[in-house]
Design a protein around this ligand. Structure first.
Ligand code: FAD
Ligand code: UDP
Length: 375
């Protein structure tokens, strides 16, 4: 065998694995079906601005080891994600749900007033669950109504979520909405983590740093010559779709795709923020990203007279599109479990990442997971 590891996919999982294996003196070959490395964190430079080609990516973690690791590859900046949301009424609200949001929604000025209002808002849903003898919310709608109440659910959650996932909120898993903090402080930081930021110079610096010194073959799909690729290394690290690896024998898993409409605008500062969500079901896109705000702060924004924005349209995945988000509803999870049982029997294959584990992974947990494999 020529290689110790054949790594299928050069996304964050594959690139981190290759980096750590290479450090241990293992010989790795990475194959990647796209024409660039990096998977969904890849950026494209337009008008001197790093454009997040597959959707906005903000690195965040409370794991100091992971933070130090990524910063040893490329230093990160101080970007702090504070998205805004435009509601169906046209009004702008701060996210995540915090005292600013509650003030904007109900005029409440103190945590005590907000707490009272939230109790009122949540009461109906909690009573309903109690009367039905249910202790845990069974779906996203129940979770949102019991967490934050009806006004915010209707203004800021329902429309956005149903656009994003293409399914009614009462058919989606509750955990999706538990990603968002709810706070009785005036704190617009979207994450509770100790560390967050964007690599200085963009995510490609992170990927290129991880893959430095490693052989990478682009435009190469594992499935175009599976027999050959299975013969080149002792072990395979597979980060593609697990259902495809198993010849779809239990049926196809579903994914969500996002289509991006990117425009260059002749203005230095178009929306004043990196992320503005549109929560109305009537607006066809879910959010607009203005990429320069990830890397330029304060007056720096005005040094470039142009800006680049991307509108994000969420859609169902098909073979012609990239699979972005796994849809972890009951049907898909039960299919995935069957594939996992088969995968567990493959002694020479490591399955990892969003597609191979069919998991709604953020970037930092991907790195944690790979690092654990090397411990
Ligand atoms: P991927 O990036 O999907 O990489 C898999 C790679 O394998 C791809 O390059 C693919 O082309 C390649 N591949 C697949 N099949 C084959 C094959 N048969 N042959 C060869 N190559 C193959 N995380 C955060 O922490 N913060 C965020 O703000 C954030 N925002 C996100 C926004 C969007 C729109 C999306 C979709 C994800 C976001 N994430 C975010 C998650 C982040 O993208 C993932 O955690 C991370 O990219 C997963 O890395 P991966 O290697 O598992 O998968
Ligand atoms: N969400 C919402 N309104 C918003 C932002 C998010 O209802 O304005 C919900 C939606 O269901 C989404 C979930 O919260 O899928 C998680 O949001 P997050 O921003 O973490 O999703 P990402 O796109 O980063 O995976």
């Amino acid at each position: 065998m020529k290689y110790d590891y054949l790594i299928v996919g050069s996304g964050l999982f594959g690139a981190t694995f290759a980096h750590l294996a290479n450090k241990q003196g293992k010989k790795c070959l990475v194959i990647e079906k796209r024409s660039h490395p990096g998977g969904n964190i890849y950026c494209e430079e337009i008008e001197g601005i790093n454009v997040h080609k597959y959707g906005a990516h903000i690195f965040h973690t409370s794991d100091k080891e992971v933070w130090n690791f990524v910063n040893s590859i490329v230093p990160f900046n101080r970007y702090t994600n504070c998205p805004m949301a435009q509601a169906p009424s046209g009004k702008l609200y701060n996210l995540p749900f915090n005292m600013n949001t509650f003030y904007e929604m109900w005029g409440v000025k103190t945590p005590e007033e907000a707490h009272k209002k939230l109790e009122d808002q949540r009461k109906d849903a909690l009573d309903k669950m109690k009367s039905e003898g249910i202790s845990e919310p069974r779906n996203l709608e129940e979770q949102a109504l019991t967490l934050i109440g009806r006004d915010i659910y209707e203004q800021l959650i329902k429309g956005y979520t149903e656009k994003q996932w293409g399914r009614p909120c009462n058919q989606l898993p509750a955990f999706i909405i538990r990603r968002l903090p709810v706070r009785l402080t005036f704190d617009n930081n979207y994450f509770n983590d100790s560390y967050q930021g964007i690599p200085i110079g963009g995510y490609n610096k992170l990927i290129d740093g991880l893959l430095n010194g490693i052989e990478v073959k682009l435009d190469t799909d594992f499935f175009d010559d599976r027999k050959h690729w299975e013969s080149v290394a002792d072990k395979i690290v597979f980060t593609g779709k697990i259902d495809q690896f198993c010849d779809y024998r239990f049926g196809k898993l579903e994914y969500r795709n996002v289509r991006f409409e990117t425009e260059v605008l002749e203005t230095p500062n178009w929306q004043g923020n990196a992320v503005v969500n549109y929560t109305s079901a009537e607006v066809p896109y879910t959010r607009i990203i203005e990429h320069k705000h990830f890397e330029m702060f304060g007056d720096e924004v005005y040094k470039n007279p142009k800006t680049v924005i991307s509108k994000e349209y969420s859609s169902e995945w098909d073979e012609t599109k990239e699979p972005f988000y796994p849809i972890n509803d009951e049907r898909n999870q039960s299919i995935y479990q069957k594939y996992k049982e088969l995968a567990d029997k493959e002694k020479n294959v490591i399955f990892g990442g969003r597609l191979a584990e069919y998991k709604y992974y953020d970037m930092a947990p991907i790195i944690q997971k790979v690092k654990r494999l090397f411990k």
